[in-house]
Design a protein around this ligand. Sequence first.
Ligand SMILES: [Zn+2]
Length: 317
Amino acid sequence: MSTPFPTEIWFFIARLALLRPWTSTQFNRPPGDFDGIEGFAQTLPVFKEIVQSLKAESFSISPMELSRAQIEDSTPRRVKCLQISARNLDESSEALHHSQSFFEKLAGFSMLTSLSFSAPGPLLQTLHQLQKLPFANCLESIDIRGTCEFESGADFAFDQSQSLVVCFPNLLRLRLSKEAWIETERIPEEVVYILASFFGGCRKLELFSIHAALDDDAWLEQRSAHMRSIDHLQPSEGYLRYMGHCPLCFENYDHANVVKKENAMTRCLAEKFPKLSEVRWANLWAKFMRDECGQRSTRITREGSKVILVRADEMKE
Ligand SMILES: [Zn+2]
């Protein structure tokens, strides 16, 4: 049975019908609402094929499964959004996802536009290996969590030259975070300069979310003290208090200092990446840290060569 429109139009309509709201607290686009087009899929065989094709565009696998699994040849080529996530401690070997087998299998996903990668392993070394794969030119979004130590910068000098540049020419969105995030990490300003240089080949980058805070060490220690102390967490009134409402912590907090650092480092990144329109830093005082909930955003606009910053707290610089 034929339809009044070409298959491509129905494909486009079905893709639109799948979309869920995508908020600023979610880095990756939410999965498609396939329940919502179940009836459509049942109407005609061609619609069922369209829905199956759309389902095949997203794929989730663990590093160990990817290294060992027998995947049909046609599967990787249909995937546009790939999520790789270690499922248990058995996958905690750094060597696992750096094995030849792992990257050979990964190379088969030649049409990837979005990669979410959470597994132990030096974060920037992993990115360096990813850029050698066929999909590096297609990637529009990278969300990578590794064993990066922002504070020490240990992962940033792996080739001893610090002049290494990775190139993902069509990358629009980039998130860097530490695997198994427990407490907010600190990122020194000098490491931000290294990152700006390292991603120098990503000229179309629009969003850069760094899950680390520019606060001084003392405030990260204060955060730990707050979490450990019953006087901070549970005052005499008996309720559970979070740090942002804690007078013992907040009274002496130098918010202006971290604003100054965030603005300076955001401006540094804005000057490096000509399309950059938003930078997010970890907010030490955030109540929730999941996904992008704990990130503080600064928007970037440009007037000629002039960079204008608009912070989420609406202070302009
Ligand atoms: Zn406190």
